[in-house]
Write a protein of this length. Structure first.
Length: 319
């Protein structure tokens, strides 16, 4: 039993998505008063048969854990979906938190979760779920097909990929669709939603689509797509974007990291670095110099058990 008195689904219980943390010192007074601690949010991946208390397609939960003790927080809506009323399928990647007051997004203390959607799910079962990160109450949800990536927030819009379609949803009005863009194949890596104004790319969403890297320009009411083939092998990572030089980086199954130039608003000048014979098996991290992500000076990635770091951008093919 968990702290709420509900079964923990031993034998069918699992976690596939990374946890996310809301920091006490960066949160508002309402959050601080409610929790008095940093809070870690975890979405489950149950695997029980449909119709059972641990059904993987309806009874998953979101837990709030106190970071200092690991204790499960309980309340009227915590853990989220403790009684199965939300119809929550499993989460493959981390939920996304928004709780800062230093940007243009009006919503605060909000948790955005994407979940899988079985072929037998009813049309009213949601695959994008938006919860209050303090109370656990559900704000709104949408069914856009199976979501195996993390929804991303920018300027009052939620960008989420349902199967092979990118959606821009209105974060302020129950998730109404602003526009949608059909892609070539199912997307399994979380898109990079650029939020920084430096470089002039803060209306772009970058994603990997099969062996393509797509740049989707949010033009307001409609999208516009530019694509480039990364080449040679299968893409194994989400894209990472260096905003000032305008470079996109993706890791490949053949052990290379490709750098694509997007500085002119379209793809050109492919170059790469060879890490080794095995696949690049983690998403790429970019480090910035100074504050405000003014310049990008290094890239880190895992290849096998090795953690590798490169100075970027590189101007030519490295062999």
């Amino acid at each position: 039993m968990d702290a709420s008195g509900a079964a923990l689904c031993a034998g069918n219980d699992g976690v596939a998505a990374a946890p996310v943390m809301q920091l006490y010192n960066s949160s508002d007074a309402t959050f601080q008063s409610a929790f008095g601690d940093d809070i870690v949010y975890v979405i489950t991946h149950y695997s029980g048969a449909p119709g059972t208390p641990c059904a993987g397609n309806t009874t998953n939960r979101v837990y709030a854990l106190k970071a200092s003790t690991g204790a499960i927080y309980t309340g009227p809506h915590w853990p989220i979906n403790v009684n199965g009323s939300v119809l929550l399928d499993y989460g493959s990647q981390a939920c996304t938190l928004h709780y800062g007051s230093d940007d243009g997004d009006p919503l605060n203390n909000t948790l955005y979760c994407g979940t899988a959607q079985s072929s037998s799910a009813p049309p009213y079962q949601h695959s994008v779920h938006v919860f209050n990160s303090i109370t656990g109450a559900k704000k709104w949800g949408r069914n856009i097909g199976s979501v195996v990536t993390s929804p991303q927030l920018r300027n009052g819009r939620v960008y989420a990929v349902g199967s092979a379609t990118l959606y821009a949803l209105d974060a302020n009005h129950s998730g109404a669709t602003i526009w949608s863009q059909t892609l070539a194949t199912t997307v399994t890596k979380t898109p990079w939603v650029e939020t920084r104004s430096a470089g002039g790319f803060n209306n772009y969403v970058f994603l990997t689509d099969g062996n393509n890297v797509d740049a989707v320009l949010d033009q307001g009411a409609t999208p516009s797509v530019s694509s480039s083939v990364a080449g040679g092998s299968t893409i194994t990572t989400a894209p990472a974007f260096a905003n000032v030089p305008g470079k996109v980086y993706v890791g490949m199954a053949d052990g290379t990291i490709h750098q694509l130039d997007f500085s002119g608003g379209r793809f050109s000048d492919l170059s790469d670095a060879i890490l080794g014979s095995g696949p690049v098996n983690s998403d790429i991290a970019l480090d910035a110099l100074g504050t405000g992500a003014i310049n990008i000076n290094s890239l880190t990635a895992f290849q096998g058990a090795a953690l590798l770091r490169y100075a970027v951008p590189w101007p030519f093919l490295c062999k």
